[in-house]
Design a binder for this molecule. Structure first.
Ligand SMILES: [Zn+2]
Length: 253
């Protein structure tokens, strides 16, 4: 993700303009060390499924169809987990109990889907029907290593996105407080993983799909177009910022 040093900004009274691509992986924490030696850990607020969707959108825009479909498939599974977690919070299940229960299903996505389907029926009063084509296509990619063409991959990613967007809209309408609680809890867990001598910042994280944005999620084509534009804007700004940063540094030296 794109980042700048907040500590420089606090000391200088203006941005340092030194741009960074800060890397983050499964733990959702991006570390940055600026040229003046400040260390910052950015806690990425996004849920795992949002990060996987963004990873998949990046792959799709670059033409890596297999990687895009694998990431969107994983995003859907992590979205079921997110939904389960939210609905268990709504039932006042203690976090420790949820973790103990979920540990027994982490290795089997079918168990997770079953649990999701049951809670979906109880909480939303409707039977959830997994999309047969999505399941078959996903199995072809994941189990047989099929590399789809761009059109097939786009169709699949779009179908997965629409499932997530539609379900998220329902969940956020009913459980906005529980979603906020889960996001706060996960930020707290991420914060605990950072050593105390490092400054901590929070990033809203992903651009392609972001649950902190209010209103109805965008349609897939629109979300992908906006993401393509946002990527280009940020990517284009980095060399300009670097130029400004180097000029300022030159003036000071
Ligand atoms: Zn700094």
């Amino acid at each position: 993700m794109f980042a700048m040093c907040m500590q420089c900004q606090a000391e200088l009274g203006h941005p340092s303009f030194e741009p960074f691509w800060a890397e983050y992986f499964d733990q959702g924490v991006a570390y940055l060390e600026c040229s003046r030696g400040h260390k910052t850990a950015f806690l990425v607020q996004s849920q795992k499924f949002e990060v996987l969707l963004e990873s998949g959108a990046n792959a799709l825009l670059e033409g890596f169809t297999f990687e895009a479909c694998a990431a969107f498939s994983a995003a859907l599974e992590r979205f079921y987990e997110f939904s389960l977690h939210v609905m268990c919070i709504a039932r006042d299940m203690p976090e420790e109990l949820f973790q103990k229960m979920f540990t027994e299903m982490t290795r089997q996505s079918e168990r997770q889907l079953g649990a999701f389907m049951m809670l979906h029926a109880i909480e939303l009063g409707e039977a959830y029907k997994p999309d047969k084509h999505v399941v078959e296509f996903r199995n072809g990619v994941i189990h047989k290593g099929i590399i789809p063409n761009l059109e097939e991959a786009t169709k699949f990613c779009s179908a997965v996105y629409e499932i997530i967007a539609k379900l998220f809209e329902r969940l956020s309408g009913k459980y906005s407080e529980q979603i906020r609680k889960l996001v706060r809890h996960e930020l707290h867990q991420k914060r605990k993983s950072v050593s105390t001598d490092v400054a901590v910042g929070t990033s809203t994280g992903t651009m392609f799909f972001n649950i902190s944005q209010t209103g109805k999620p965008k349609a897939f084509d629109e979300a992908l177009d906006s993401f393509r534009t946002a990527r280009a804007v940020v990517g284009g700004a980095v060399p300009i910022l670097r130029n400004i940063y180097e000029k300022i540094r030159g003036l000071k030296n």
